[in-house]
Design a protein around this ligand. Structure first.
Ligand code: ADP
Length: 446
């Protein structure tokens, strides 16, 4: 500011001095006026240059000069650079924010006050079968027709989810979405969607499971209660008493088997997958299976003339890694099923076989009734039975193959089922090469 004032004074003094030197005092006054006008003109020109730069919105092209106007141009330039840096930073943040929403596994959709789609991430687009480009600004009510959505949309509650049918839903492959609407701005809505198909299925499975277990326990319990009442209220002969007690023992053992299978299933599901530190010789597993099969066959065919023809092919000298208890449970379930479903006089063959890629197969073949192809995919479901009465008569719980499936999965193995109705079945477990090794001299857990 001092410089500006000084330059003005210097101009005036120079003008006045020049006038006085040329023509005396009157000319000095004219020189003074002329100098003031010239100073003002130069100053105005400089201001115009700065203003032009601003008007053309090219502040970075502002002239570089000294004095007050130069200082002003410099400060404006600095201000603009700071503003641009801030703008870039906030654009970067916005971009990152949008990328995060785009990557979210939850659907996010922005709707205007009329319910038109302003923006949505790819997850929301796939949830509702929306084309982001084509359906931009379309009314959501026209695109999502599920009545559950329509009624929730008409009466939204940000505290509760609406469960609606998602895009691609079919009878064999349901798609269920949890949708929630939140209000923001002036009547705008944020719609969040979440795929809850697996959760819904798990919940349905849990309900079915509880219903099945209750049903399985209620039947023997009802029989038991009936016998107890009979024993309490009727004077019975000794042989009748003994027969009733025998039947009661059968029902109690049925419940016990069921509870044991349930405990086995929950233990298997709740424990970490078995490692490769415990090795069991195939010979040991095979011997245990054979003992159980012989005992079961004797029990089931007692008084029926022809027993089962049980053949246990001697296993190769190999050992298997995994939980011995679980392996035994899976193998004995397959063997006992073959014995239970094969009528007296039929044959059951159990064999271990080393396959070409180092895998190991355990196979149980029987000449029983076989299973029709439509039942095969469901055999490993809990409580799924083809022959309900045969299963019950022989002490089945409907959980055997579910246990086998779990054990097989936990050991990285594969369950293969082949069956021909009226001819027989072949249930095989193929263990991966990584769980097989040459027979250890002594069983690790022996
Ligand atoms: P269960 O305790 O009823 O035997 P599983 O889960 O072991 O239950 O088997 C499921 C169903 O598969 C059985 O109810 C039976 O109908 C059928 N099944 C299993 N193994 C055989 C087999 N070897 N031969 C014929 N049917 C079988």
């Amino acid at each position: 500011m001092w410089l500006r004032f000084t330059s003005f004074v210097v101009f005036l003094v120079a003008g006045a001095a020049a006038g006085w030197w040329l023509r005396g005092w009157p000319a000095a006054c004219a020189g003074l006026l002329l100098a003031a006008t010239a100073w003002w003109l130069v100053d105005a020109l400089r201001a115009v240059r700065v203003l032009r730069g601003l008007r053309e919105d090219e502040t970075l092209a502002l002239p570089r000069m000294g004095g007050l106007w130069g200082e002003l141009a410099d400060r404006l330039r600095r201000l603009q650079r700071t503003g641009e840096r801030r703008l870039q930073a906030s654009e970067r943040r916005l971009q990152e924010f949008l990328e995060a929403i785009q990557a979210s596994s939850n659907g996010v959709m922005l709707l205007d006050a009329e319910g038109r789609i302003n923006w949505c991430n790819p997850t929301a687009a796939s949830h509702f079968g929306i084309d982001v480009e084509r359906d931009h600004e379309q009314l959501i009510g026209n695109l999502v027709r599920d009545p559950a959505f329509t009624s929730y949309y008409a009466n939204p509650d940000p505290k509760r989810n609406a469960i609606v049918t998602g895009s691609g839903d079919s009878a064999g492959r349901p798609v269920r979405l949890a949708v929630r609407l939140h209000f923001y701005g002036e009547g705008r809505r944020l719609m969040l969607s979440n795929d809850v198909t697996a959760l819904e299925q798990a919940e349905a499975m849990r309900r079915d499971f509880v219903a099945n277990v209750s049903h399985e326990i209620r039947t023997p319990l009802t029989v038991l209660t009936g016998f107890v009442e009979t024993l309490q209220s009727l004077p019975l002969q000794e042989d009748e008493r003994a027969r009733y007690l025998e039947l009661m023992a059968q029902q109690a053992s049925r419940m016990q088997t069921l509870v044991n299978d349930l405990l086995t299933l929950s233990r298997i599901e709740g424990s970490p997958p078995p490692g490769r530190s415990e090795w069991t010789r195939l010979g040991d597993l095979s011997d245990d299976c054979e003992d159980e099969a012989q005992a079961l066959s004797a029990l089931l065919t007692a008084g029926q003339g022809a027993p089962h023809a049980l053949a246990f092919v001697p296993p190769p000298a190999l050992a298997l890694a995994g939980s011995r208890t679980e392996l035994m449970s899976a193998l004995s379930n397959l063997v006992s099923n073959a014995v239970r479903y094969t009528p007296a006089g039929g044959s059951v063959t159990v064999a271990w076989q080393a396959l070409s890629a180092g895998q190991l197969e355990f196979a149980v073949e029987d000449t029983g009734p076989g299973v029709a192809p439509e039942h095969l995919p469901r055999l490993t479901e809990r409580f799924y039975r083809v022959d309900r009465s045969r299963s019950r008569e022989t002490g089945g719980t409907g959980l055997g193959l579910a246990i086998v499936k779990h054990v097989v999965q936990r050991h990285g193995a594969e369950l293969r089922i082949q069956s021909t109705l009226g001819k027989g079945s072949r249930f095989a477990i193929v263990f991966p090469a990584s769980r097989v090794r040459a027979d250890a001299p002594v069983s690790a857990n022996a």
